[in-house]
Design a protein around this ligand. Structure first.
Ligand code: SF4
Length: 445
């Protein structure tokens, strides 16, 4: 045990990374380390990296530099997807002492102890095919919301994606074990739990990813719903081919699963979807959106889309634009395609120029704003339940409705981490809706 040794952690990337950073921090605290903020002087700085982030290399360098500036004597450890994909490259960054792969990051405390005597940067990273275990994780720190990891890895191999190489096979715990972790999360007092993973709809493979069990994602959400301490469950991103009508109908009647879906589309052109090696075509995607809206007209639907994939002609981009425009969706996450080593997309031609990628990205971001405004405005004059967060932004506090509308009200300390029924009355161009306590205000703590 290393009592009084201070450790600071920083996360890049997705919600899954956030939940895993929290799990790593908990292990270290259990081992006697003291957790401090990343801006403070610490003995160890741990950076959990992402391979999807553009300029992962530049960003990691920058954070290492910041850590070393705060404490030149500190040891810097880099873990996560980028560390698994490019361990030697990271070890070459000035100031890095240790690089841990996907398998090793959850045993970080054993390596920190060894670091005491080591001087040169060291890489400890097994082959990704050997990642034969599943590590539980959930984020904790924010009082209102927790990200609960329910699945890891992916077996899909979309042609643009490096995640299967960074995280290995699709695998998960049993429902029983996932429930055990969910109970721990519920005991922290959070009101909302977000189910996260790499490909969560693929829940139900064994912990080594070698077999499919009898369990699936639909069974998982049915098992989680009765957990009383959780007021809201939110499903993070789920692949359209795995978002079955059973899941949609279940959410529609559930008092605690929120009417919010985030469904990756990536392209509205069937030809590009095939080149991307996605597992559906636009017809299926449209059906999913229509099925959701038929049973939950108030549901929020988010869409991931990639612009500038190799071979994407002007015509195909417009197909994507028009396809999304024709769907009743609520917002977009727009990604600009960027080349990744060892992916099949590198062999597809012609490449789209950076200027065109930028222009297409801009067009879809404007479309996203339009969709979001339309969705928000549809709810003006109605009442919805809002879960308020802790931040006091110059006298304003924010929260999200069950269907993911950002709401602003004057700050009240007693509203932090509570669910309130709020009347939505005005759209703000700052990207939220102004609200006030509904006449017959209800409270749930
Ligand atoms: S589904 Fe495709 S994009 Fe998503 S993690 Fe798997 S390979 Fe990557």
């Amino acid at each position: 045990m290393f009592y009084n040794r201070k450790v600071a952690l920083h996360t890049l990337g997705c919600k899954l990374n956030f939940s895993e950073t929290s799990a790593i921090a908990r292990t270290l605290v259990d081992e006697g380390y003291q957790k401090v903020d990343f801006g403070e002087v610490a003995d160890y700085y741990i950076i959990n990296t992402c391979s999807v982030t553009q300029n992962a290399d530049k960003e990691t360098r920058q954070i290492v530099k910041t850590a070393k500036r705060t404490n030149p004597e500190a040891k810097v450890v880099v873990v996560g997807c980028y560390a698994q994909l490019k361990p030697e490259e990271i070890a070459g960054i000035n100031g890095v002492n240790l690089v841990l792969g996907a398998n090793e990051k959850f045993k970080i405390h054993t390596y920190l102890e060894q670091l005491e005597t080591d001087i040169a940067a060291k890489v400890i990273s097994g082959a990704i095919d050997d990642v034969g275990f599943y590590a539980d994780a959930y984020s904790h720190g924010e009082r209102t919301r927790s990200f609960l990891k329910v699945q890891d890895g992916c077996d899909y191999f979309c042609s643009f994606c490096t995640i299967p190489m960074a995280r290995g096979k699709s695998r998960s715990n049993s429902i029983e074990k996932t429930l055990e972790v969910a109970r721990k999360v519920a005991a922290t007092g959070v009101k909302e739990v977000v189910l996260t993973g790499v490909n969560i709809g693929d829940f139900g493979k064994t912990t080594d990813g070698l077999e499919r069990t009898e369990e699936d994602f639909f069974a998982l959400i049915r098992a989680l719903e009765p957990l009383e301490a959780v007021n809201r469950w939110r499903i993070s991103s789920i692949e359209p081919n795995l978002l079955t009508n059973d899941i949609i109908d279940f959410v529609a009647q559930s008092p605690t699963f929120t009417p919010h879906f985030h469904i990756p589309l990536q392209s509205g052109s069937d030809k590009i979807l095939k080149l991307m090696r996605r597992k559906y075509l636009t017809k299926l995607y449209r059906e999913r959106v229509e099925n959701i809206k038929a049973v939950m007209p108030h549901a929020c639907i988010g869409v991931d889309v990639i612009v500038g994939f190799p071979g994407e002609t002007e015509e195909q981009f417009l197909e994507t634009y028009n396809f999304i425009n024709s769907l009743d969706v609520s917002y977009l996450h727009v990604f600009t395609y960027s080349e990744r080593a060892n992916t099949r997309a590198l062999n597809i031609e012609p490449i789209v120029s950076q200027a065109v990628r930028k222009e297409r990205n801009k067009m879809l971001r404007i479309l996203s704003e339009k969709k979001k405004r339309h969705f928000y405005e549809q709810h003006l004059g109605t009442e919805r339940t809002v879960l308020f967060e802790a931040e006091n932004d110059n006298g304003i506090m924010y929260g999200f409705t069950d269907n993911y509308i950002k709401v602003a009200v004057p700050y009240r300390e007693d509203w932090v981490n509570t669910l309130r029924t709020i009347y939505l009355f005005e759209f703000s161009t700052f990207g939220y809706v102004k609200g006030e306590a509904a006449a017959a205000m209800s409270l749930s703590t």
